[in-house]
Design a protein around this ligand. Structure first.
Ligand SMILES: [Zn+2]
Length: 457
């Protein structure tokens, strides 16, 4: 009898807690300011789609540019390492500083026929790349502080800590005909194996240095220290086939060897000929390598396409093939889903196989001009496909995870239970090993309980 009363009491309390946070949410969901404050404080699990190179705000990179000799090209706004140059002029020239911010991000961006947002976005990476290569640890420390301040626990970050040197091993593959020959050539090459090792070591160093910069040794409670980080090694999809192959082998090998790496990805603009033409061939490469490295997780940028950006034939199969041929366990973007062949069957398969979609609302608005009702977020949700929200490149896009959630509410009308499910999905569909995943899931549920308790009564 006593037990029954306790059970009823327990469930009544937990129901009323949920009702109260839901009630509060319903009163503020149309107020962008109150909503932002609420969402910033909400535990958000983490980010599963994050590029370190695009995550740093240009303000942070320009600050770093001033600490080491860099040559700034004031015509192209690109930066190169150089002993005889100095970037200090930026500190005293506000107008120039502002032009750099605009060149390195979408700040105040206005499209022209010669320069659309997508071109401006992808061009930015080449302008500041030397700073990303030289200062990955500083950038990571900055990113972790921002994540922690928004109550994130986990980040899966896309990097190439060998500065994509793996691509240069394409030269070893010139006369090799089959994938099997190519793979064994790389596996037998000492220089290539050294590069895999260097990737792992550099990755570890970036993490260690970032934690040192945050002061985590002396104070584990310091901002940024509580965020668990894992890497994905990314492959540049626009490179020639042998370079893609070499990068892919490096990706699989380092992920198998290093606990800091949990998966691989395929990046770069998807809607240009250099990425469209070899798409099927690249999926077959991944299929081949997956047989050799079957424990390595795969997430793929796929379907970052819109009906106006490519011909109809190119809209029909990218997500499908990423899953069925490329063995993707998660899909990055997945914007063109409705235009794929047999879209209904495809989303049903995704739901059945628990293939999560990493949705990047601000990115899709800027780069693909897809937003509001045209965005497939609700199409996925309706078919029970697991969804997460992420920023993609928060520094260039000038967003953060809180604002992605806010966009999800204001533009996509997500309710609190949907946000909560999305938050829980970020840990559930992470590539963390099972024991660590369970620990973070438990931690997240505890944090959500505490957060919701604030709205009781
Ligand atoms: Zn991305």
């Amino acid at each position: 009898m006593k037990k029954t009363i306790l059970t009823v009491l327990c469930c009544f309390i937990s129901l009323s807690a949920r009702a109260d946070v839901n009630h509060y949410f319903s009163t503020i969901k149309q107020d962008p300011n109150a909503l932002d404050a609420f969402l910033k404080a909400m535990p958000k699990g983490g980010e599963l789609h994050y590029h370190l190179a695009g995550g740093a705000y240009p303000e942070v990179m320009l600050g770093l540019a001033a600490t080491k000799p860099y040559c700034l090209n004031t015509a192209t706004y690109s930066v190169t390492s150089g002993k005889n140059c100095t970037a200090t002029g930026l500190a005293t020239n506000d107008a120039l500083y502002e032009r750099y911010l605009q060149a390195w991000s979408l700040k105040n961006f206005i499209a022209t026929t010669e320069n659309n947002a997508e071109d401006h976005f992808f061009a930015a990476f080449y302008k500041f790349n030397p700073i990303v290569s030289d200062h990955s640890a500083e950038l990571l420390a900055n990113v972790l502080k921002r994540a922690d301040s928004q109550h994130e626990q986990y980040m899966e970050i896309q990097v190439t800590p060998d500065n994509a040197r793996s691509a240069s091993f394409a030269t070893l593959l010139k006369d090799k005909k089959t994938n099997a020959e190519k793979l064994s050539t790389l596996q037998k090459s000492k220089a290539f194996n050294d590069n895999v090792q260097r990737t792992a070591t550099n990755g570890r160093n970036i993490l260690t240095q970032a934690h040192a910069l945050l002061g985590c040794d002396k104070n584990p409670q310091a901002l940024g220290c509580g965020v668990t980080v894992r890497f994905q090694y990314y492959i540049l999809r626009q490179l020639p086939p042998d370079a893609v192959f070499a990068m892919a082998v490096n990706a699989f090998a380092v992920t198998e060897a290093s606990p800091d790496f949990v998966g691989i990805n395929l990046v770069q603009q998807e809607d240009v000929p250099a990425a469209l033409k070899p798409y099927k061939q690249q999926m077959q490469m991944l299929d081949f390598l997956h047989q050799h490295y079957s424990t390595v997780h795969i997430s793929l940028h796929a379907g970052e396409l819109s009906p106006t950006s490519v011909a109809p034939e190119d809209l029909q199969f990218h997500i499908h093939d990423a899953i069925t041929v490329g063995h993707a366990e998660r899909i990055g973007h997945g914007v063109d889903i409705a235009y794929e062949d047999n879209a209904e069957a495809l989303v049903k398969m995704m739901a059945q196989q628990n293939i999560a979609v990493e949705v990047n609302l601000t990115s899709n608005d800027w780069l693909l001009n897809v937003k509001g009702a045209a965005h497939p977020l609700h199409y996925y949700l309706h078919h029970q496909v697991p969804v997460v929200l992420s920023t993609d490149d928060e520094g260039i896009l000038r967003t953060d995870l809180t604002r992605e959630y806010a966009r999800g509410v204001m533009e996509q009308n997500l309710d609190y239970p949907q946000l909560k499910r999305i938050t829980r999905n970020t840990i559930k569909y992470s590539f963390l090993p099972p024991d660590e995943k369970a620990r973070l899931q438990q931690q997240l549920d505890e944090k959500l309980k505490q957060f919701e308790a604030k709205y009781v009564g």
